[in-house]
Structure formats: structure tokens, C-alpha cells
Design a protein around this ligand. Structure first.
Ligand code: ANZ
Ligand code: ZN
Length: 867
């Protein structure tokens, strides 16, 4: 027969699905709903293999659940605001919008060539006013509900992109996009009050049982709940200040006997007051501000301190005092902005103590250590142990000591206040959403000289981005626009200024999953519709979004609930984070990376060598790395689709490793997938030819047919289970097995019953394949003469009887000693078993031609031969 030609067949089936509106989903379909979503892409210009993997998985899930008779929602859109569009606009002198929409067109064509079962009628782009007007309207609702605030705060300033960055966007002290060292600035910013939900966001993690534990842990750590004590230290009288006490926050009050200093944040009010009359301290504070505010940055920076000269009373050691330092690693917006340092048991404190010669006194003794000789080197001891060197706390565990010391301080007073108060703290900060950029959703407020800062009336939404902007100056093009920001107040008519900050693009992606449920509605959501579809049953994406995007979406869901847009506690019921796509790397003799398409690999035995295709120059084969432009080890999905077809690419992506792990893209792998495609095609065609020939009568026909049908039903069952468990590689492996069994059966002598089984198998195989290789499956369906599209076919029913194992293995004993075993059909009667046992080589040898005294058969259990 003819070879299968994906280049012809794939576009044909894509058009058929389009014309038939096969994947358009109705909101009023009464069947059970299933919502599967892959994280929507940023329209950077081209899809990459990571997308191919992500969308292949999502498509398998979507097509499978359709086949199970569910009303499946599987939409796609574009996370279309953001800096790269502005940068491209600067470089190419185009508008960010035209760059973005061109990219969307190109990428959409690429996605379509993959044959994804997407409802394109629901497509959204977050940069469209049709989308962002609803975001603005919800912003106003949230503002009115007290979920938004405007406050002045220290921010991370990216001096290259000229914008504020969230802490999460600062990586190793550098801007995540620009790579420039981040500075600190004080700016008035808009915030979502995510910290109001800290406890709920933390607790509800326990309900997300279909999320990877790893992701839940990351979120838990990010929220960073800690239970501690606010503790007052009395300041020794000094002419430097009138203040009489310093309040610190500690989670380790059990280490109080090891305290060797008190530390203040550079932004602590006491620091500011002291710096006013201390130029050296003022300089130190300025120096601290030259670094970002991100915790990560502070953790990595060298620990620096400044001795203020103040001293405080040691709260538990009579007559002792402690110096007060300002230290660069103390944040003002956590706890009280002041700490007590216990160098023996905190690394940052230890670094500081070593640098400034402060005392290091251990008070927690590691299990098994000797109290007399235990010493701290350059590593703080932060693990469990019993308290020592600590007077009335000696011998207690850390937990017990914490309780005891909390009670102790609770009963004392400083400045007329309780000296110690138990307090819970969260590391989670409010979400600063202001960005000083053009290509984002405008924040819908105005600043009126008379009325102050007030929201734009909803009837005036959207606040649209002006089209006529220039990017010749750095900074915010909205700010530079000659007229856009000048307005008259809708309340009093006075001159007013539009807010020129736009929203962080993470806002856009915090609710798009809800918008997909009613993408053309003139309200942000249609609550009844959203409530029916949500939560998303299966969300699939990269683990790089484990914290930010997912946490923001969880917050937004709560905010939308509070403002009546959904009635939902969590947005994503199931979460799956897929691994990356990797590839070998190649380097020229000159040390330059070389793309896989430019080289030729030769293998002799186990050794592989590479040379340049054109020049023949030797190329060295390097390690396997995540595909990245910088290492040039990328393959282009378009080329793969053009060469092998989309089905082959999809199949290989799903087949080669567990979906949560990395998958290595190899030429041999895709070729294997491509060969498999042809095998299936041949198999189905041969099965059909077989039907038209006269059957041979074979003795074992019925038995063979039954064996085959068992394999078929097991595959149907197993593949379904594996897809539901997102074990795509195992589903693939089962399909391989089924294909092998059918191919083998075809090659043998086939009687009528076996032929029927082969045909049944070919048909079911086609359905099982259809989520992964949907185009090939349609072509097979056609050859098999089935009505309609396999895309609309139901998942085959499983005959439960076929799943039950029908054989048993019986141990065979001779005089009570195990000598052999025998496998027979379940329920085989005793005389038959006896005959079979007596013909076993092993038993024949033992009997030496004599007859046994007795043979005892316990059917389905055991056989005992007595000689
Ligand atoms: C004394 C102490 C002794 C501490 C010890 C730790 C170990 P978590 O658990 O993450 O909440 N701290 C408090 N406020 C701070 C701030 N604004 N900036 C930087 N560090 C701050 O961390 C709480 C601990 O971090 C607190 O407990 C405090 O140091 C420090 F052996 O107090 B600890
Ligand atoms: Zn006004």
C-alpha cells in the first residue's frame, strides 16, 4: 500500500475539523464539564519545543475527555502585554501593538499546524481593550472593596528598563529582563492586598491535593508564616536619642541567652533619627540603598553593620548590655524592622559578629555534643538540640524553651507594655502592581487637584492606551504623551491627571482562565457560567510559574469572589508541571555553539563523532542541556512539522520520558516515532485487506481470538487510566504493545474469529491513538470505513471480563516438596490437571516410569504427587 503522507493528510484534517466546528464548545451543553488549560503563551514571535510539549499534553487530555463524552473546554489566548514588545518597538520603530499582533498571527498558524483541539472562537489577547477593560472594571471593584491600596514604599528600580520590579522579578540582585543591577527607590505605588489573604492562601494549599507537592511547598515557603515574639529591649540612657526601647521580632526567643547585639534596619525610624546627626551613619544608609530590596539580594550581599554607639540592657542577664548596630540585611517591612542577633545560631548574625568581633555564645547543644567543648566555627548551628548556657532554660528542647521564655517576657513590662507578645508573621508582601511602562493595562484612576485620587467611572471604560506614542526617550511613553494624561475631573471638572502607571502583566494572567468561560461577555465574567466551568480541572505548564503566577491567580480568585465575579475558592483543581525539552549541544573548534541542523553525526559502534555539514570541520559533542537560543541547541517546531508532520512530533514528545521529567530531543527518537506512524498505517490497511480475503480455518482460532481480545481490552483500559493519570509515556508504551500484538496476529494464519478480533483491534487502536496522533487516526478511521470523525468517536467500552486474568499457576509438589509448577486455565477440572502434571518433564523424571501412589489436586491452588 501507499505510505502515509502527513504533509497531505494533516492540513486536510485540520480543515475538516475547522469546517465542522469540531472543537467549538457550548456553554449550555448539559453534559458534564471538563476544563483543560495550558498556560497561555507570550507572543514572542515563534513557538518553541517547550510549547509543543505543553500543548501536546493538554491536547491529549482534552481529546480524551471529549471521547469520554464530556463537554470539554480547551481554549487558547495570548499573554500579550509586556516589555519585549516595547523593546522591539524601540529597536524596529514599530508600535508594540503591531509587533504583538504580527507575532500572534504567526504563532497561531504554528499552533494550528499542530492540530490542537482548541476552541479558537474563545481566543483572547490580554492587550486588547476587549480584555483589559474588564480588568480595569475589576480593579475598580477591588479598589472599592478595599483590596487595593496606594502607598509609598521602597521599590526595586531597574535603571535600564526604567521601571519598578516586583521582588520576584529580581534575580540575584538583577532585573529579570534587563540583567541590570537593581536599585532601591521610594515611590508611590499601587498594591493588591494579597497579604490580607496570607493565612487563607496558606491553609488552602492543603486542599490542593492534585497539585505537585513540590509546588505546594514552594508556595508555603513563599508565604513564609512564622510564629514568634515581639520583644522589647530597654535602651540605656543616651544623649543620642530620647527613645527608651527597641522592639524586635524573633522566632527564636529560646536563644536569648546567646544574644550579642541588637540590629536595626537601615530604614528603621530610630536609624533615620540617629543618622540625622551622624553623617557616617547617613552614608552607611545610602550605601545600603544601592542594592535591591529583594530578600534574595540581601541574603547574598556581604553582611555589613554600623555601630550606633547605643546600648540596650540584656533582657535576661542582669547587668549585661548589648550594642545596637544598623545592619544591611534587616528589612524594614518584615516583623518590626529590628532584631536581636544570636550569632551562634543564625548565619547572618554570625557573619556580622565575625566581622565586627562580637561575642559568639552557643546556647543550643547538638545531640551528642559535649557541652564543655562545643564551639561554633564559621557555620551557625541552626538545627535541633537542647538548650544550655541559659540559666533557667537549661536542658529544655527548643520548643519548650520558646514557650517558657514567652511566658517569662509576657509577665514583665517595659515602658508600661508587656515585654514579650506572641505574634504571627508572613513573609508574603503586598503585590506591587505599578509599572512605569506603556504596554500594559492602564490603571483606571485620575488624580484630581480637588477630589484627590479617584477611579474613572465604569461607563468611561476602557481607559485605552493612546496609539500615537513614541519611544525615543527612555521611561514611560504614557508620561511623555503630550495630551493623554490631561483630563478634567468627572466629579468636579477641575484639571486632573490620569494615572500613567500600568499594571504588572501578572495581573493579566491572573484571571484569563475565568475570561475564557465567557470571552465575549460585556462583563468580566458571567458568574453562573464561570462557576459551572471553574475550577480548571487540569492546568498544565512550566514549574517556573510555581510561585508567582499561581499565587497571584489564587489571590485574584479570592478577590473576584469578594467582588462577586466568581463563586470559587481555588482556580486550578489539578496542576501538572511538565519537564523541559533538552538537546545535545555542539561546539566548533573555535568554541562557538553550533545548531544541530548544521552538523552531521557519524556513529561507529558506540562512539559518535560530529562534523560540520558544509565545511567538514570537526565538531565536539557536548552535554545535554535545556534548549536555548544562547547554546543554539534548539530545533524549530516548523521544521519538524514540515519534515515529519505534527503527529510524529507530538508522539515523540509524549513517548520518551515521564511528562514531569525532561525529555531529550533526538533525531533517532523522532525517526522512531515517524516509523511507528507508518507501521500503524500499514497495520490498519492490511487489516482491511484481510477482511476481503477468505478465511483459513485454524484449529486454535477461537483461543487466539480470545487472547487478542484480552490484549485489546487491556490496552483500552490501561491507556485510559494512564491518560487520566497523565502518564503519557506509559500510555504510549501500551499502544506500542497493542500494535505489536496486532501485527503479529496479522502475520499468522488467521481464522474467522481472529480476523474479527484484528479488525476490532485496528478500530480500537485508532481511537486510542487519536488523542496523540489525531491526524493519522482520522486517516485510519476513514480507511476502516467508519462513519464520521474519530475526533467525535467515543472511547471504546471495556469488557470487564476481558481484564480478569484467566490463568493460574499451581505449585506441583512431590511428597510435599515443591518440584515444579504448572499454568492452567482457571477452573480446570482435577482430572485434566492431573494428566497435565503427569506429563511434565520434571515429574516424568522423578517417577522413573512408575505410577504414582496418589495425585491430589486442589483446583486453582496446588497439586501434590505422592510416590
Ligand atoms: C533571634 C534569632 C536567633 C533569630 C537565632 C534567628 C535565629 P523567619 O523565621 O523567617 O520569620 N528577623 C526578624 N525580623 C527581621 C527583619 N526585618 N529582617 C531580617 N531578619 C529579621 O525569620 C525570623 C528571624 O529572622 C528572627 O528570629 C530574626 O532573627 C530575623 F538563633 O531572632 B531571629
Ligand atoms: Zn475633582
Amino acid at each position: 500500500g501507499e505510505r502515509y503522507n502527513p504533509r497531505e493528510s494533516e492540513p486536510k484534517w485540520q480543515k475538516t475539523w475547522d469546517d465542522a466546528k469540531s472543537f467549538v464548545t457550548a456553554n449550555d451543553d448539559p453534559r458534564e464539564c471538563y476544563y483543560v488549560l495550558e498556560m497561555f503563551p507570550y507572543p514572542s514571535g515563534r513557538i518553541h519545543m517547550g510549547h509543543v510539549r505543553n500543548y501536546s499534553m493538554g491536547d491529549v487530555v482534552a481529546r480524551y475527555h471529549r471521547a469520554r463524552g464530556k463537554n470539554v473546554l480547551h481554549p487558547m489566548g495570548w499573554d500579550a502585554f509586556g516589555l519585549p514588545a516595547e523593546n522591539a518597538a524601540i529597536e524596529r520603530k514599530t508600535h508594540p501593538g503591531s509587533w504583538t499582533y504580527q507575532n500572534i498571527e504567526a504563532m497561531k498558524a504554528q499552533l494550528k499546524s499542530m492540530g490542537l483541539s482548541i476552541d479558537w472562537t474563545r481566543e483572547i489577547a490580554t492587550c486588547s481593550p476587549d480584555y483589559y477593560q474588564h480588568q480595569q472594571s475589576m480593579f475598580i471593584d477591588m479598589l472599592e472593596a478595599g483590596l487595593v491600596t496606594r502607598k509609598s514604599s521602597k521599590v526595586n528600580w531597574d535603571p535600564v528598563d526604567m521601571t519598578v520590579l516586583a521582588n520576584e522579578q529580581v534575580i540575584d540582585g538583577k532585573g529579570w529582563r534587563s540583567g541590570a543591577p537593581v536599585e532601591q527607590r521610594e515611590l508611590t505605588q499601587w498594591f493588591f492586598k494579597i497579604s490580607d489573604f496570607a493565612e487563607d492562601l496558606l491553609e488552602a494549599l492543603d486542599t490542593l491535593t492534585e497539585w505537585p507537592e513540590k509546588v505546594r511547598t514552594m508556595q508555603r515557603n513563599w508565604i513564609g508564616k512564622s510564629e514568634g515574639l515581639r520583644l522589647l529591649f530597654e535602651i540605656e540612657p543616651s544623649d543620642k536619642t530620647d527613645a527608651t526601647s527597641i522592639e524586635v521580632f524573633t522566632t527564636r526567643p529560646d536563644t536569648i541567652f546567646g544574644a550579642s547585639f541588637v540590629g536595626l534596619s537601615p530604614d528603621h525610624p530610630l536609624t533615620t533619627a540617629l543618622a540625622a546627626s551622624n553623617p557616617a551613619l547617613a552614608d552607611f544608609v545610602v550605601e545600603c540603598h544601592r542594592h535591591g530590596t529583594a530578600t534574595e539580594t540581601l541574603e547574598k550581599a556581604e553582611k555589613q553593620g554600623f555601630d550606633t554607639g547605643l546600648r540596650v540592657k540584656h533582657p535576661v542577664i542582669a547587668g549585661a548590655t548589648l550594642p545596637v548596630y544598623v545592619a544591611n540585611f534587616i528589612l524594614m517591612d518584615y516583623g518590626t524592622g529590628a532584631i536581636f542577633g544570636c550569632p551562634a545560631h543564625d548565619q547572618r548574625d554570625l557573619d556580622l559578629a565575625r566581622k565586627y568581633g562580637l561575642s559568639v555564645k552557643p546556647v543550643v547543644l547538638p545531640p551528642g555534643a559535649d557541652a564543655a567543648s562545643f564551639e561554633i566555627g564559621n557555620e551557625a548551628y541552626v538545627d535541633a538540640g537542647n538548650i544550655f548556657n541559659s540559666d533557667f532554660l537549661d536542658g529544655l528542647s527548643i520548643e519548650d524553651a520558646k514557650k517558657k521564655i514567652a511566658e517569662y517576657f509576657g509577665a514583665r513590662t517595659v515602658d508600661g507594655k508587656s515585654q514579650g507578645q506572641v505574634e504571627v508573621n508572613y513573609r508574603l508582601r503586598d503585590w506591587g502592581i505599578s509599572r512605569q511602562r506603556y504596554w500594559g493595562c492602564p490603571i483606571p484612576v485620575i488624580h484630581c487637584e480637588v477630589c484627590g485620587t479617584i477611579p474613572v467611572p465604569k461607563k468611561d471604560l476602557p481607559v485605552k492606551l493612546p496609539e500615537d506614542v513614541t519611544f525615543d526617550k527612555p521611561g514611560n511613553a504614557l508620561d511623555h504623551h503630550p495630551t493623554w494624561k490631561r483630563v478634567h475631573c468627572h466629579q468636579c471638572g477641575s484639571p486632573a491627571r490620569r494615572e500613567t502607571d500600568t499594571m504588572d502583566t501578572f495581573v493579566d494572567s491572573s484571571w484569563y482562565f475565568a475570561r475564557f468561560t465567557a470571552p465575549h461577555a460585556d462583563t468580566p465574567t458571567v458568574p453562573a457560567v464561570a462557576n459551572r466551568w471553574l475550577p480548571v480541572d487540569q492546568y498544565i505548564g512550566g514549574v517556573e510559574h510555581a510561585i508567582l503566577h499561581l499565587l497571584y491567580s489564587r489571590f485574584f480568585t479570592r478577590a473576584m469572589k469578594a467582588t462577586g465575579h466568581v463563586d470559587l475558592s481555588e482556580p486550578f483543581k489539578g496542576l501538572f508541571t511538565q519537564g523541559m525539552v533538552t538537546h545535545e549541544t555542539y561546539k566548533s573548534a573555535a568554541g562557538e555553539w553550533v545548531n544541530p541542523t548544521e552538523i552531521l553525526i557519524e556513529a561507529t559502534g558506540d562512539t559518535r563523532t560530529a562534523k560540520h555539514l558544509k565545511t567538514g570541520a570537526p565538531i565536539s559533542i557536548g552535554s545535554v542541556e535545556k534548549m536555548s537560543k544562547s547554546k543554539k541547541n534548539v530545533v524549530d517546531p516548523d521544521e519538524i512539522v514540515a519534515t515529519y508532520g505534527a503527529d510524529t512530533a507530538r508522539w515523540f514528545m509524549l513517548s520518551d520520558s515521564p511528562p514531569e521529567r525532561d525529555v531529550q530531543w533526538t533525531e533517532a527518537g523522532v525517526e522512531g516515532a515517524s516509523r511507528f506512524q507508518q507501521r500503524v498505517w500499514r497495520l490498519v490497511n492490511e487489516a482491511i485487506e484481510l477482511r476481503d480475503r477468505t478465511a483459513e480455518a485454524t484449529a486454535s482460532d477461537e483461543k487466539e481470538a480470545l487472547g487478542l481480545r484480552r490484549i485489546i481490552h487491556r490496552s483500552v483500559h490501561g491507556v485510559g487510566q494512564d491518560i487520566e493519570g497523565l502518564r503519557f509515556n506509559r500510555a504510549v508504551a501500551q499502544i506500542y504493545e497493542l500494535t505489536n500484538a496486532l501485527t503479529k496476529a496479522l502475520q499468522g494464519q488467521t481464522g474467522t474469529a481472529t480476523r474479527a478480533a484484528i479488525l476490532e483491534g485496528a478500530e480500537k487502536l485508532t481511537v486510542l491513538l487519536s488523542p496523540m496522533m489525531p491526524h493519522l487516526a482520522e486517516s485510519c478511521w476513514e480507511v476502516l470505513g467508519k462513519a464520521g470523525l474519530v475526533a467525535d468517536a467515543r472511547w471504546p467500552e471495556v469488557d470487564g471480563a476481558m481484564l480478569v486474568d484467566d490463568t493460574v499457576t499451581l505449585p506441583v509438589q512431590v511428597n510435599g516438596k515443591r518440584r515444579a509448577e504448572i499454568t492452567v486455565a482457571k477452573g480446570t477440572p482435577a482430572p485434566e490437571v492431573e494428566a497435565l502434571v503427569l506429563s511434565l518433564d520434571e515429574i516424568v523424571r522423578i517417577l522413573e516410569g512408575k505410577a504414582p501412589k496418589k495425585v491430589v489436586v486442589v483446583p486453582d491452588r496446588i497439586v501434590n504427587v505422592v510416590v
